[in-house]
Write a protein that binds this ligand. Structure first.
Ligand SMILES: CCCCCCCCCCCCCCCCCCCCCCCC(=O)SCCNC(=O)CCNC(=O)[C@H](O)C(C)(C)COP(=O)(O)OP(=O)(O)OC[C@H]1O[C@@H](n2cnc3c(N)ncnc32)[C@H](O)[C@@H]1OP(=O)(O)O
Ligand code: FAD
Length: 693
């Protein structure tokens, strides 16, 4: 299957790369930089293109030169101050107006990169900004063009928006949402009600302190008393000038979280709040003036998916956000590992900890994952852009519907894969930096805590994976009946070969044989088919033993459907990266390192499934497992001299990375020491000490 992100010409030469990407300061990292097998600037230009690098430079330099974004070493901000600063920063982002509408239309990847650049600095202002003008405004935009006036106010920041789906007692289970919107024919209004406090909107980003308007999800009731299912409505929750709650609205802040504390997450209850009929976002359906429900979707299920369709972009971006956290954590841990010397072959000579096999094995597969997931999130974003264009032009073709389902199935698994990978990596990076990794100024704790909710919001990871396995299981009838099938993005097309693939075996006879990503890719195809077959058999067995559909499905998750969804997304992510890195147009100087990254990611991910590969008979004997393990170690070894250059490609400037041990100079101790001493309280005498006389 061809990937959608075009291979970008790494055109230009050293001098044009130098203009875009200045050299790093000289220092202890030079030793590794000299050993790299490729030019990091060529790689950066190849991966992003000059246009995107210019955008990144523009954003990074604006933040660095703006006093609102200044770092304050040693200062512990209170939550309230942090929320205030976040809001002021968010306002500044509007003033910068980094991208014009035209630029976004010409290259939608620019908005994607903008999310990442701002998030690299701090996720709180980034999420605040994009919840308002991405999630809130994007949901409205995809519904209808009758809200042009309101959208104008969004982009002028005259109003401030949030996206209110979750309630205190239901989140992932959106069918359990209990807020109601009842149509009143006599006034042509909807009446929004919260039945009790357990149905209060809860967790809503921007709602705690700032939002004036919310997209509120509620069960729509027509005057005949019928519930027409989940729909979304624009509801004003605070006065635009005073920020006092609107009549009938109780709104507040939910308090301190584990991370992302600049963002104000809030709750709201509605008591007979009246909104004009026009405020329904008629994505799934609408109500006539007489109170009749109408929908262009033929069944309840389709309506349900349409009303939740806007969640896909969030999940794709969370895939990218998590990959970004992976990059941040690795930039710090790899630069640290290349400059931190401990132990050595003799008493006189200490070696960088990156030279230890264990350190390489702990970090370098995550480095490969950062490259692979970054590429995947971009390519999936581009798939989404195609889908979104269809949505805006009201396409109702079968392809459009199938594309929506496929993107949903992909991002419902790529979000878990990416967020979990980043979460585990952040912890590994923290430990890989020893005690210094635990010092807050080095930022690994913040990265870990800010990444954490990526595993939960926009749908809990474990529950979302069920969407992907449901999608895959849905193809079983075609597979069994040998009916030809394909999907718009082609991600399931290989399943047509299901019967053949199941007969295949692992054929590598040496470690060298395993060094290309085609080896894990072939194994993954077998694994997906095997887990699909086993999940299908297990489901049948559960049903035959008298379990209800609900119970049967639940009893098929662990070791079956859950593993299936994970194997499928790992396979898909790897397939895209394999195709990308094996394209003959890749500049020759970059080919080897990119292929090594692809092979390492594939083998390392696959190695977590070794038990199932043996269990199902795809591999047998002692040697096969050994080959895979040794190939992983060999690839880590081959990549270790490239590791610093590989993080140089994606690490943001020092100001943005904001970690003394991760600075580009590699002056690990000088940087830490000066940061500690800059802290205004480092040498203070405590004011509270009173010694006994
Ligand atoms: C040219 C310009 C282009 C520009 C492009 C646009 C750019 C815009 C930029 C925007 C920037 C945005 C920046 C965002 C920044 C990123 C960070 C985001 C930070 C987020 C903060 C947090 C926000 C939130 O958390 S909001 C709350 C989110 N809540 C959830 O996600 C709830 C999760 N639960 C669910 O979605 C569902 O209930 C689910 C999926 C668990 C299903 O539940 P259930 O079991 O009850 O249903 P099923 O029976 O399985 O489903 C029925 C049917 O529907 C299908 N379906 C469900 N969901 C979807 C969907 N989203 N899309 C499509 N289809 C769906 C499901 O597959 C079933 O279909 P079948 O065919 O019957 O199987
Ligand atoms: C920082 C943050 C910001 C947020 N921002 C917003 C926002 O702006 N707007 C908004 O509307 N919401 C927001 N949310 C809410 C978020 O979308 C929900 O928390 C999320 O969808 C998970 O739902 P839940 O909390 O109800 O978890 P639950 O669905 O109750 O899950 C609890 C546990 O039960 C397990 N579980 C549940 N169902 C099943 C099942 N069928 N099978 C197996 N296991 C199951 C889950 O795996 C999980 O471990 C935010 C949340 C956070 C943490």
């Amino acid at each position: 299957m061809a990937s959608t992100v075009n291979l970008k010409e790494a055109n230009g030469n050293q001098s044009s790369w130098d203009t875009l990407l200045p050299d790093f300061p000289k220092g202890p990292l030079c030793k590794y930089r000299k050993k790299a097998s490729f030019n990091w600037k060529e790689m950066a230009v190849f991966l992003d293109g000059e246009d995107i690098i210019q955008l990144k430079n523009r954003i990074f330099s604006a933040l660095e030169n703006d006093p609102f974004f200044a770092h304050r070493p040693g200062e512990d901000l209170s939550r309230e101050k942090y929320q205030e600063l976040t809001f002021l920063r968010c306002k500044r982002l509007f003033e910068y107006d980094f991208l014009t509408q035209q630029e976004i239309i010409e290259n939608p990847l620019k908005i994607f990169n903008m999310v990442i650049c701002i998030g690299m600095y701090d996720w709180s202002p980034c999420l605040q900004y994009f919840l308002h003008c991405g999630v809130f405004a994007g949901t409205i935009l995809s519904a209808s063009n009758r809200f042009a006036d309101l959208l104008g106010k969004v982009f002028n920041m005259e109003i401030f928006g949030c996206f209110a789906l979750t309630e205190l007692s239901h989140g992932t289970n959106t069918k359990g949402i209990r807020t109601t919107a009842t149509f009143d024919r006599s006034t042509q209004e909807f009446i929004i009600n919260t039945p009790d406090f357990e149905a209060a909107k809860f967790w809503v980003g921007n709602m705690g302190k700032h939002a004036t308007h919310a997209v509120v999800y509620a069960q729509l009731y027509t005057p005949d008393g019928q519930c027409q299912g989940l729909h979304s409505f624009i509801v004003q929750i605070r006065d635009i000038k005073t920020l006092l709650p609107m009549p009938g609205v109780m709104v507040g802040d939910i308090g301190k979280k584990i991370g992302q504390n600049g963002l104000d997450n809030g709750f709201a209850m509605f008591h007979n709040v009246r909104i004009p009929k026009e405020n329904i976002l008629n994505i799934a359906g609408d109500v006539t003036a007489e109170g009749k429900y109408s929908s262009s979707f033929k069944d309840v299920k389709e309506r349900f998916s349409a009303s939740l369709g806007s969640l896909s972009i969030g999940r794709i971006l969370i895939t990218a956000v998590s990959a970004t956290n992976l990059k941040l954590a690795l930039s710090i841990a790899i630069r640290f590992s290349a400059t931190r010397h401990q132990f050595g072959p003799t008493d006189e000579e200490e070696i960088p900890v990156l030279e230890y096999q264990t350190q390489q094995w702990r970090l370098l597969p995550y480095l490969a994952a950062a490259y692979v997931l970054d590429y995947f999130s971009k390519s999936l974003f581009e798939n989404f852009v195609e889908f979104f264009a269809g949505l805006l032009t009201k396409q109702r073709s079968q392809r459009q519907a199938d594309l929506g389902r496929e993107i949903h199935a992909l991002c419902a698994a790529s979000k878990p894969l990416s967020s979990w990978t980043a979460q585990q990596a952040a912890q590994e990076c923290r430990e890989a930096c020893g005690g210094h990794g635990y010092l807050a100024i080095n930022r690994l704790g913040e990265i870990r805590n800010d990444n954490d909710p990526n595993c939960t919001y926009e749908g809990d990871n474990n529950v979302l994976l069920q969407q992907t396995s449901n999608y895959l299981m849905g193809w079983m009838n075609c597979i069994r009946d040998k009916v030809p099938f394909e999907s718009p993005l082609g991600t399931i097309n290989f399943l047509q070969d299901y019967h053949h693939i199941l007969g295949r075996k692992f054929t590598a006879v040496s470690v060298e044989d395993c060094m290309d990503s085609s080896v894990p890719l072939a194994a993954y195809k077998w694994l997906v088919c095997y887990l699909l077959r086993e999940s299908d058999l297990k489901l049948k067995k559960e049903k035959q033993s008298g379990q209800s559909d609900f119970e049967a499905k639940n009893n098929c998750q662990v070791y079956y459907c859950r593993s299936l969804a994970i194997a499928f997304i790992e396979q898909t992510v790897l397939q895209r990266y394999h195709d990308y890195t094996h394209d003959p147009n890749i500049p020759s100087a970059l080919q080897t390192v990119l292929k090594n990254l692809s092979a390492l990611y594939g083998l390392w991910s696959l190695s977590k499934h070794l038990a199932v590969l043996y269990q199902g008979g795809y591999v047998s004997g002692e040697q096969a497992g050994r080959f895979i393990q040794n190939a992983i170690l060999e690839l880590c070894y081959r990549l270790k001299d490239d590791a610093v250059a590989l993080v140089d490609v994606f690490a943001p400037p020092d100001f943005i990375l904001n970690s003394p041990i991760g600075k580009a100079s590699g002056e690990l101790y000088k940087n830490m020491w000066s940061e500690i001493l800059q802290g205004n309280k480092a040498l203070n005498r405590p004011s509270w000490i009173i010694f006994a006389k």
